[in-house]
Design a protein around this ligand. Sequence first.
Ligand code: TZP
Ligand code: MG
Length: 200
Amino acid sequence: MVTTESPGRTHIEVAQAALEGGAKVIQYRDKNASSRTLYERARELRKITREAGVLLIINDRLDIALAVGADGVHLGKDDMPFESAREIMGASYIIGISATNYEEAAAAQGADYIGLGPIYPTPSKDDAAEPIGLQGLNRTRSSVSVPIVAIGGITADNVEEIITAGADGVALISAVASAQDMVHAAQTLTHLIERAKSRR
Ligand code: TZP
Ligand code: MG
């Protein structure tokens, strides 16, 4: 689950609900906060993810990931290059790379996972690339061996087909953060993901 905030919901509250609903990984994604606020929120998220035994990945910011002892960092095309990040962080940190299509996914060799998408249109990223659909996911899965985390427009209505197509995981924002009952939404999604994996 990827965090966000909205009026009345903080990053921490969204993450807490996702954890209660069974999320396996929390990515802290915060495009607005100052470095100090990022650090403070990331520290809090480290505390609650550690208590829950769940991985914490920090979006964009290697320095924040290292400072709070997160499990890894997620890097896109505007962030530090993968090779430099690997040199700084070493082999033990998880480094995920964004890919918006098959070609970018194929170029992301050496990453611990690829965040592939958007698969479907998304309300959560203004500058998102063209959605690649299930077809793009299938094509990437058949030619790339790095674990694929699918992202973009994933909901309870389509999560099973995404897992069935071979995604190793899914990353979600609005399906949890915009739900009236976030814990219930996360529980439902967790159940659907586990069921689809068990049927593969
Ligand atoms: N990267 C590609 S799509 C996306 C990001 C961060 C947003 C995903 O949000 P949602 O609400 O799950 O579609
Ligand atoms: Mg980024």
